[in-house]
Design a protein around this ligand. Structure first.
Ligand SMILES: C[S@@+](CC[C@H](N)C(=O)[O-])C[C@H]1O[C@@H](n2cnc3c(N)ncnc32)[C@H](O)[C@@H]1O
Length: 395
């Protein structure tokens, strides 16, 4: 058996491409942190008082704030810079991925042939990919998660993987969330429920596995599975896992009909997944989760917090993606009644899980443990590198 090459290290940007990527990372930081802070000040000092003066009340929801902000120069600048920085993120890695593509495909084929770590890759050429993936380039990534341009293509997985470095690169040294969600959930479970030792774990909408692999690292005795509809992402994720010595099983299956038996998994999870599927599909997927969970098993999904748990300004801010980032289900997903949706899927009210989990990598250990065990009174807001909102339930 030959040594397989690590697809996560094969793409080399040229000098100019590297600088372009750094520029975009810094631009994103400027927009998401500095401009966003200044925009909020303009809202608080000018737009909200004007609204109150005219309407004799505060804005009721994010939509009212959006209407009030729409023609503010700072909102227009923030919005258009954010939109373009998102586009440019993917563009900035595409040429280098394209140059390395034959090597990447070969490395992924080697990994699939040999699976030296003991994982596996299952591709279903006949899978019907849902329209909420095929009909648009979700978060503006050209080709979305599923498009294939070459035999055994991995390009979309590589663009997602390398693009994430640019996407998060400017946000600070401890804010690199590759795998952070999974690490935070796994450490939370270990701290809060030390007797819970999942033997079989499923990650839904796993893309290239960045939030799947940490489950294998942290529960090494568990059988870990990732499903996604995008074959290029799965091929890339499987090759990445094998190069890291992690036995993870990747399947091209839809979470709406994943085909695993009843009572099969101890832990079912996902990250950044549900806001990209339609609300009716969300209901079907939650029902499937309940069916596949073993009695005593846990379902914990990380997502953006629901509208009901955030204030009107945060809702205005979060729901921008529904309008301008090709994520049309985002706002309706966040507006769902989460406890009701979970109970409609089969979960009992007293077994629901709606918990903010601090980011493990950037939270002092004592604070993380105290929060996980419910003894910390300090509350941190949701945000990359700070806190992850999670929802689900125990069966
Ligand atoms: C934003 S990505 C998830 C990111 C990933 N969990 C991570 O943490 O890096 C959403 C993923 O869900 C997948 N997806 C969308 N609908 C799906 C479905 N019905 N079944 C399985 N995967 C689906 C997409 O192909 C995409 O890879």
């Amino acid at each position: 058996m030959g040594k397989i090459r690590n697809v996560g290290e094969l793409v080399e940007p040229s000098h100019d491409e590297g600088h372009r990527q750094r520029f975009i990372s810094i631009l994103r930081k400027k927009v998401l942190m500095d401009f966003a802070r200044d925009m909020k000040t303009v809202y608080e000092q000018k737009v909200e008082p004007r609204f109150e003066h005219v309407n004799r009340r505060k804005p009721r929801d994010g939509r009212e704030i959006r209407r009030a902000m729409r023609h503010e120069p700072i909102y227009e600048a923030w919005s258009s810079l954010r939109y373009n920085a998102q586009f440019m993120t993917w563009w900035s890695v595409q040429p280098a991925v394209e140059r390395s593509l034959p090597t990447l495909i070969e490395a992924a084929r080697d990994a699939a042939r040999q699976s030296p770590a003991g994982g596996s890759l299952e591709i279903d050429r006949n899978l019907a990919i849902p329209g909420y993936v095929t009909q648009l380039d979700v978060h503006q990534m050209p080709g979305c998660f599923h498009s294939e341009y070459a035999k055994d293509d991995v390009a979309q997985g590589a663009i997602y993987h390398y693009g994430a470095n640019v996407f998060y690169g400017g946000l600070g040294s401890n804010l690199k969330p590759k795998g952070d969600v999974a690490r935070s959930i796994a450490h939370y479970l270990k701290a809060r429920f030390p007797k819970f030792q999942p033997k079989r774990i499923l990650d839904m909408g796993c893309t290239a596995g960045s939030n799947t692999l940490p489950y294998k690292e942290l529960f090494p005795n568990a059988e870990v599975h990732g499903i996604d509809v995008g074959a290029p992402c799965l091929r890339f994720g499987h090759a990445l896992a094998e190069a890291q010595g992690l036995a993870v099983h990747f399947h091209q299956r839809s979470a709406e009909a994943p085909g695993f038996p009843d009572n099969h998994f101890d832990l079912i999870t996902s990250s950044f997944f549900f806001h990209e599927v339609s609300v009716p599909a969300t209901q079907r997927i939650l029902k499937e989760c309940y069916r596949m969970l073993k009695p005593g098993g846990a379902m914990i999904h990380m997502e953006l917090p629901p509208t009901a748990l955030t204030d009107a300004y945060q809702n205005f801010y979060y729901d921008w993606d529904a309008l301008y980032n090709n994520e049309p289900h985002y706002e309706r997903f966040r507006a769902m009644d989460f406890p009701r949706a979970l109970m409609a899927a089969g979960f009992k009210r007293d077994k629901l899980h709606l918990v903010r989990i601090p980011n493990y990598a950037s939270t002092p250990r004592e604070e993380f443990l105290a929060t996980a065990r419910g003894t910390n009174t300090k509350r941190r807001e949701h945000g990359v590198g700070r806190v992850w909102f999670t929802f689900g339930g125990w069966k």
